[in-house]
Design a binder for this molecule. Sequence first.
Ligand code: AR6
Length: 174
Amino acid sequence: MGTINIIQGDITTAKVDAIVNAANPRMLGGGGVDAAIHRAAGPELLSVCKKVPAINGIRCPFGEARITSAGNLAAKYVIHTAGPIYQSDKTPQQTLAASYQNALTLALDHHCKSIAFPAISCGIYGYPIEEAAEIAIDVCQRPDYSGLNIQFYLFNDAIMAIWNRELISRGQSC
Ligand code: AR6
């Protein structure tokens, strides 16, 4: 099994090969962690995002992921994924699992050894935290990703506690 660590703090400080951004389908920035990542990466990140092919303004449909360079961040890559909007997605569980899975697959395709995730969809997109933790850890523990060091950067005590509980209940200490 790969390593999964839970860290309280700002994901833009992560020393990993790839930082995952909880983006939206347009991929041109937004609020929350998306804003923090664009702020820390500088304007180069927005310019590489603009180069990602778009159909009707959509660069990254819900549940998919796209990879770009990372501007001024210490990471080599930013992997952008649009998690589900909990209230409007018909199958939010599948969409959230797909976001994690597609981000992890892109990281492996680009020979990454380490990746940092925020709690995708758990802010503005309104996903219930316990259910999100279960899906996130379930996908990250799949044998396909055992070569990766996976770090969850979580912003507040409540989310940390829920993620820790989920990880411990699955037999991994954090
Ligand atoms: N480091 C780690 N986690 C953070 C940081 C940070 N610097 N900043 C916020 N979080 P959200 P979503 C946490 O709303 O729900 C954007 O506008 C935050 O506390 O950033 O997927 C996008 O453009 C929460 O727990 O992402 C989309 O439109 C988690 O990151 C939309 O929001 C995710 O919250 C995506 O919504």
